[in-house]
Ligand binder design. Structure first.
Ligand code: GLA
Length: 356
């Protein structure tokens, strides 16, 4: 009998320089299997049952570490030090201006040139979960502070994958981490996510400029961005809206309910349901922002088992701070200091919908 509480690991190829990469597997009593690599602390695969009990992979992934290194899709990775964009690749902290990597036009995207998603993390089993650790040197991508990051993945028997983030720094620095999993609950490679029915508990989102930097807050009421009542992604993608044209689909941060900047409870904020398989995903987080991204940049991306991923082959629900929030007036809560570590908890739960 398999002890589902202990993650097992296997070799998963080599990085240039002969560094071995490993793949760890978490299992639960429902037969779910979640594979996570120490390359990028990446969620590589999540096998979950459909309404008939058949296992299917609900996240997009590549077959090899080399494909992860070559890709710009950030599939399933932990993204940092700063997830999403920082406008002008700069910010000012305690009177000092910091200049960051410009890896998307004049802006920083997802941690800059190196990024946590391409790093090899230390991994160890911890009380049934998997703990990944990464050291990020002062000056990485231009950020101050030597930072030690911890990400703990754990899977329970109800199908909930918890991701608990922590980071410490020896000097003040902004930190904003997220997981960049692309979900496609059909479990069928090569399909799109237009039929998924999504709800997001939010009445506001950030409109973006042509470089996808948030420029103003906008209400969702009466337009394509309103997911307070569940709606199929495809129908909404077809709804004329200048913001969908700019981004080629949804690539926008929703403002989650609650005014607290810190110490927020973990609460359910979004759901996605796939009518074909009956699978349902629930997202809970203590963060203020939720980036809804419909895989608009996917363009013949190498997928699992030789498949290819086209535009809208997957969607992401990335919990974190608001993009470019470090350049907003109210941003002290984003600064990690030696006596103030970074914390985040986000949970993805997979099941079969009650009426499926
Ligand atoms: C995020 C961004 C997108 C895109 C993807 C990665 O979700 O918001 O614009 O950069 O990552 O391709």
């Amino acid at each position: 009998m398999i002890n589902t509480a202990i993650p097992c690991s296997e070799p998963w190829g080599m990085l240039p320089g002969s560094q071995p990469v490993r793949l760890f597997t978490l299992r639960n009593a429902q037969g779910m299997k979640v594979a996570i690599s120490d390359l990028g602390a990446t969620l590589v695969s999540w096998l979950a049952p459909d309404r008939a009990g058949r296992l299917g992979d609900v996240v997009l992934g590549h077959d090899t570490p080399a494909e992860y290194l070559a890709s710009t899709a950030y599939m399933g990775a932990i993204v940092g030090r700063w997830a999403n964009r920082i406008a002008g690749a700069r910010f000012v902290l305690d009177g000092v201006e910091y200049t960051l990597d410009r890896n998307e036009g004049p802006n920083l995207l997802h941690g800059g040139n190196a990024g946590f998603h391409r790093a090899l993390w230390d991994a160890e089993e911890d009380d049934g979960g998997l703990v990944m650790r990464l050291h990020s040197e002062e000056g990485e991508a231009g950020f101050p502070g030597n930072v030690d990051v911890t990400v703990r993945y754990s899977l329970d028997d109800e199908g909930e994958l918890s991701i608990e983030y922590g980071a410490r720094s020896d000097a003040p620095t902004p930190i904003n981490l997220t997981n960049h999993a692309y979900f496609n609950l059909t479990g069928e490679p090569g399909t799109d996510i237009r039929g998924h029915v999504v709800s997001i508990e939010s009445d506001r989102f950030f409109e973006v400029d042509a470089a996808l930097i948030p420029c103003s807050e906008s209400l969702v009421a009466g337009n394509a961005f309103d997911f307070r009542q569940s709606a199929p992604i495809g129908a909404r993608l077809d709804w004329p809206h200048a913001q969908l044209t700019i981004a080629g689909g949804f690539d926008h941060c929703y403002v989650l309910p609650g005014t607290a900047l810190e110490g927020r409870p973990v609460r359910e904020v979004a759901r996605a349901y796939d009518p074909t398989s009956g699978r349902e995903l629930t997202v809970s987080t203590d963060q203020r922002g939720l980036q809804f991204y419909t895989g608009n940049f996917l363009d013949d991306e190498p997928g699992r088992n030789g498949s290819r991923y086209a535009r809208h082959a997957g969607f992401c629900l990335e919990a974190g701070a608001f993009p470019n929030e470090i350049n907003r007036l109210e941003r002290d809560h984003l600064i990690v200091r030696p006596d103030k570590p970074y914390r985040q908890v986000t949970k993805y739960r997979l099941g079969v919908a009650a009426n499926a």
